[in-house]
Design a protein. Structure first.
Length: 459
């Protein structure tokens, strides 16, 4: 599960080739036993209608480490083959401008997002944000299939209704319905964990941060210890961190939900991928940062980085190993020690020569080391490989390199290029907040350039 963390904020090192090509950067489900159609919603929709089946969609992006973890460690599980006939399967890479029409119909806030869609009405029956184990994935198959066929009652019907409301973008209404589902369900309901996850995700999406944190603390004691329990703890702390720092209950709720995340990391071990466990470390580091606990940040970041190094060493192939690159980078930055992960990212670039992420991340780390020529060269390599709206963050990072080189004119020119490029992209694939951030950054640099001239008044 990853919501406000790396997939949303840090490691979506964004970009697109200057020619704006649409060749896929990676075959997301090349190793999956499920017959995914790649980036062709019209074909998948027609096939689903013809077969009378619901459409299962995995919305992903090459920069999203949790998406890549799902590919490497969950979607590749051979036991999923027996489910291949239950849906028509579609993958949607949001880096590709050719997928903008899908995103207009089904806006995406979190990566990965899994949809089950009724092809006859083109309406979502289920939307699930984040990662899942194989067992959880099969339960999502069951829930999506039941919603398509209809006929469920009680808590199951309320869960299906909540799923549909969230899928349609009605987060607050979805949260109300999911609360009803949990209230109506028996104590031993086998969907309780999934319903709690969906409820907290909807509350986070509706920006109901304080109620979300309180709901997490209320529901976790009634939820079996599982990945859903761990994700509930993560969501609760994420909501508490979304509260204003000066809110009366902020410290109390952050401390209480962080304790639950620490409990999720402690024995007995919960079955989850390395990426999911890493997400628990990440949100705890965010909590210690918010608390201005520098010693706590350093201690957790050190533990986190050592854990990631161990997981990367066990990875079966370079692509699976690269799942951990973005979090290794973040942990090293928290430790002010970029040199500890640069060799690993350099190896990823050698092993994955078409992937823009390793050079984009290296550009940042080289800049932090003061290796500015190397940083620009890495940025060049990233820009030659990257696609879609992802170009914007790579260009923003390049502007930072020029600032470090004391070349504000080139920094301003780079940001102007980014803003101009943003205007050529489909609106469904460009965040207005991201563009506003680029414009604010450009204005700050332009003010710095103009300042010496304004001070040089004639005598």
């Amino acid at each position: 599960m990853r919501l406000p963390a790396a997939c949303l904020l840090l490691m979506g090192l964004v970009a697109c080739t200057a020619a704006n090509t649409n060749a896929p950067a990676d075959e997301a489900h090349a190793g999956s036993p499920l017959p995914f159609i790649e980036d062709d919603y019209s074909r998948a929709l027609a096939e689903a209608k013809a077969k009378g089946l619901p459409l299962f969609v995995d919305v992903w992006a090459p920069w999203c480490h949790t998406c890549r973890s799902m590919k490497a460690y969950v979607m590749s599980d051979k036991s999923l083959a027996k489910h291949s006939g239950r849906f028509v399967w579609l993958e949607v890479n949001t880096d590709l401008t050719s997928n903008a029409a899908f995103q207009e119909k089904f806006p995406v806030e979190f990566w990965p997002t899994l949809y089950v869609i009724d092809p006859n009405q083109e309406k979502p029956l289920l939307r699930f944000a984040g990662s899942a184990t194989v067992e959880q994935l099969v339960k999502l198959f069951d829930d999506g299939e039941r919603a398509f066929k209809g006929g469920v009652t009680g808590a199951e019907a309320l869960l299906a209704r909540g799923d549909a409301l969230y899928g349609e973008g009605h987060a607050a209404e979805a949260a109300e319905t999911l609360v009803e589902a949990l209230n109506e369900a028996p104590a031993d309901w086998n969907r309780r964990g999934r319903a709690v996850e969906s409820l907290l995700t909807a509350m986070y999406g509706a920006k109901q941060y304080e109620p979300c944190a309180r709901k997490a603390l209320e529901e976790l004691p009634k939820t079996p210890r599982s990945l859903s329990w761990a994700n509930g703890a993560l969501l609760g702390l994420s909501c508490a961190l979304g509260m204003p720092d000066d809110a009366a209950a902020a410290k109390e709720l952050r401390d209480a939900t962080e304790a639950k995340v620490a409990e999720a990391l402690a024995p007995p071990a919960i079955e989850m991928t390395g990426d999911d466990r890493s997400g628990l470390y990440e949100v705890r580091v965010e909590a210690r940062t918010a608390a201005k606990d520098e010693a706590g940040v350093k201690a957790l970041a050190e533990e986190w980085l050592k854990y990631l190094e161990g997981e990367a060493a066990k990875a079966p192939n370079p692509d699976a190993r690269s799942v951990f690159d973005s979090h290794r980078m973040l942990a090293a930055m928290k430790l002010n020690a970029p040199e500890r992960v640069i060799p690993a990212l350099e190896q990823s670039e050698k092993d994955l020569p078409q992937d823009y992420n390793p050079p984009a991340r290296l550009a940042t780390l080289y800049r932090l080391q003061g290796r500015l020529d190397d940083a620009l060269a890495a940025s060049d390599r990233a820009l030659a490989r990257v696609q879609g709206a992802r170009r914007l963050t790579v260009l923003s990072g390049r502007a930072d390199i020029y600032v470090a080189r004391k070349d504000p004119a080139s920094a301003a020119k780079t940001l102007e290029e980014a803003i101009a490029f943003a205007k050529t992209l489909p609106s469904a694939q460009v965040s207005p907040r991201a563009v506003a951030g680029l414009e604010k950054k450009l204005a700050g640099i332009q003010a710095t350039v103009a300042q010496p001239q304004s001070q040089a008044a004639p005598k």
